[in-house]
Design a protein around this ligand. Structure first.
Ligand code: MRU
Length: 358
């Protein structure tokens, strides 16, 4: 999507220099910094420290991480070890293990000298598939928004949580893909952007994406959604997912569950954009079995922004000695989800519909 009117993606391979490049997302919206990934250590750091984040993008980065590993040593033991290390960086987004399995399964029978080239092909394909699948999600989701617009004939108010825009994928995004499509098709829209404490990905990433695409939006702190729903100021909620179980429970950024409850109480449709790479067909009960990442207490106790000299500054906002629990995700039970928007169509959040995607 656009940044300062130029098209950009979150990760790409530059053939001329044989390098993988990413945007360091920790600096957005204040700085657009492109960096190279050169070693497995750098790949692990990038995922763990969230230079790249968002389930689909984590998967694509992991695949390129395997290419980077294979340039160092294409031996199968070395690659297995690299895959384990990359897989251990973050626990919740299933795209990570999915992408690593895609790579490892496809190289199992190859000779060492064929491996590196093949991994690059696989990684490039995973990247391209991500773009195509997100675009399809956008097309299906656009139809939904269009229907609401045809009934209501007024600007459509959409609530989203965290960042499931193009920065969470390679391009287009998941939850925001329908929004980008609808905007391109001239449907009048307004997006309510949840702050999404503690890392504020709504404020820093989603709003930056929407501003760059010139889509009207308002930033709200995380607790505002319920009030807006009661006041008829939200027509539809669309979020992303980091892992969806085979029964349709949706794990997404912390706070999603409370938004879904409020939407249910107010009869507001709650859709989840879910690429098939985010579905964990092996888990039958998401509430019980999806692993929830717990992150550093400092992400809650401190906050970063620009100071009066336009320099990035981190300040502490809790009393000395506080311990802050930092759960990164929660799980919304399937019964609160209107439907899932996938690249194969809009389906029920239930076992039967999800099984048909296999
Ligand atoms: O912790 P993150 O930033 O990697 O979390 C991912 C998210 O931004 C969201 O949970 C998102 O809705 C799912 S990824 C499309």
């Amino acid at each position: 999507m656009l940044v300062n009117d130029k098209h950009l993606t979150t990760i790409w391979y530059e053939e001329k220099i044989d390098k993988v490049k990413i945007i360091d997302q920790r600096l957005i919206p204040f700085e657009l910094k492109i960096i190279e990934l050169n070693t497995v250590d750098e790949v692990c750091y990038a995922i763990k420290e969230m230079q790249v984040r968002g389930a689909p993008l984590i998967g694509v980065t992991a695949a390129y991480g395997m290419y980077i590993a294979s340039k160092e040593n294409a031996n199968i033991e070395f690659l297995e070890n690299a895959s384990k290390r990359i897989n251990a960086t973050r626990p919740t987004a299933v795209n990570l293990s999915w992408a690593l399995s895609e790579v490892m399964n496809k190289i199992a029978d190859l000779k060492v000298e064929q491996t590196s080239k093949k991994i690059l092909e696989i990684a490039n394909q995973i990247r391209q598939d991500d773009i195509d699948n997100c675009k399809k999600i956008g097309e299906y989701g656009y139809e939904l928004i269009k229907k609401i617009y045809e009934i209501k004939n007024k600007p459509i108010n959409i609530l989203t949580h965290c960042n499931a825009g193009w920065l969470a994928t390679v391009d287009w995004g998941t939850a925001l893909a329908p929004v980008f499509f609808a905007h391109k098709k001239n449907i009048p829209l307004h997006v309510w952007v949840d702050e999404t404490r503690p890392r504020n990905q709504g404020f820093s990433l989603t709003s930056w994406e929407l501003i760059n695409e010139k889509i009207p939006n308002s930033l709200i702190v995380d607790n505002v959604g319920g009030h807006l729903m009661q006041q008829n100021k939200i027509d539809i909620c669309i979020t992303g997912t980091d892992r969806t179980s085979s029964n349709g429970d949706v794990c997404n950024k912390i706070g999603t569950y409370l938004k879904a409850l409020a939407a249910y109480d107010n009869n507001i449709p709650f859709y989840v954009s879910a690429p098939i790479s985010s579905i964990d067909f092996k888990i039958e009960n998401g509430v019980r079995d999806i692993p929830i990442e717990e992150r550093d207490s400092k992400e809650v106790s401190h906050i970063t922004g620009l100071d009066e000299n336009n320099k990035l500054k981190t300040v502490k906002i809790v009393p000395e000695g506080s311990y802050c629990a930092n759960f990164a995700f929660d799980v919304t039970p399937a019964k609160y989800i209107t439907k899932l928007i996938t690249e194969k169509g809009i389906i029920g959040a239930n076992y039967k519909s999800i099984s048909s995607l296999k």
